[in-house]
Ligand binder design. Sequence first.
Ligand SMILES: [Cu+2]
Length: 480
Amino acid sequence: MKTTLKLMSLILALTMFSCFNKKETEYANAEDIPVNREMIAELTSPPHVPTPVGRRKAKKLIVKMEILEKVGEMTDGVEYMYWTFGGTVPGSFIRTRVGDEVEFHLQNHPDNKLPHNIDMHAVTGPGGGAESSFVAPGHEKVFSFKTLNPGLYVYHCATAPVGMHIANGMYGLILVEPEGGLPPVDKEYYIMQGDFYTKGANGERGLQPFDMQKAVDEKADYVVFNGKVGALTGDNAITAKVGETVRLFVGNGGPGLVSSFHVIGEIFDRVHVEGGDLINENVQTTMIPAGGAAMVEFRVDVPGTFILVDHSIFRAFNKGALGMLKVEGEEDKKIYSGEIRDDIYLPEGPGIQEMPTTDELVASEIPAKSFEEQMEFGKNAYMQTCFACHQAEGQGIPNAFPPLANSDYLNADVNRAIGIVLHGKTGEITVNGKKYNSVMTRQMLSTDEIANVLTYVYNSWGNNKTVVTKEMVEKVKKSK
Ligand SMILES: [Cu+2]
């Protein structure tokens, strides 16, 4: 009698146990996944992302997001009144898993001027939450939703005029991981492109107001990653070590432009196309629509600085859509040799010859006969070789390429400048009070061309009018 009772209770306990232990994959619909316990969501500012969900069970996830309207720097000397989710552009990264019940608290700071709301593309419901979250300054709105579909989703403000709220920076990403989480990687980063429209032209100083007409015409003054020019360059570059796997959560807030996302010198091993389940492999450039996202994964095999761009390339070099991934570690000459040789190629000649010495090169060129000619030839050389990085007026690109215009570094030491053009330059330098830590490759120019191009640079844009001669260049060359 006693044993049967024991047996029965054991069976009962076992069935109860297995019932509670029911595997989540057995739920046909994500909405049936039970949530156990409550948890405050970790929110992070770009380029960082919260801890992966890993094997954690679905939970009631409490998200507290504060809207802040605040002035920030678009680029050197240019300020902008950003409207933000969580104080940054893009807004705080939200990381959830399928089956989570998200209790969203949208807080509009009392110092703000305007009402806002949030439309999350991860939400199944009217307006993606916009209708329930419209909140005036000094108020908090609460609504809740269940994450049904795994993927990487954009969220944004959807208060009229919608385009204006987005253009001012009101967008971010929410990730819904599948059960068990995404496969682990070594490094994860959060990057989001956006286009900005200012009353003044690109670079015009001061606090720049939003320009509605330019936005309607989609004529962006700035196209940037993470809200400003240089958010991911120089000291702000994202980093990895040789051999590590990297996952980029890349979004595009728009409001107007589609991004052709590319990393110079890398091939994406895997791309979650449009942030969904479809995986494409071996991709060079992935298209990220306005209001869309992608997860991009690759292993870094060699050291160096890899440049992130919108491959609509003027946006990268002239409007700011340029970031950097700095990879440290051992070189692998099998994968990438670096420059081995520079030979002369003569299609009609008897095969490959050696590079001639500088003297031979000089002899075959017509040297400049006057200062005016030096300036003319120098300008040509500048527009062919230096312009891409240092820009047309020598103004450079903040945090990436130092200015040659009015450069204290340039003016302080002509032999050093000659050396830089001859041999290239790496390592930290300070130009006009700003630090740069990047790479300028050796410029393949003859002694005459170096003399001309530097004479042009020294006699333009407020520099100290040094005239650089071929002899000066040769002296530096020999002194090496
Ligand atoms: Cu808004």
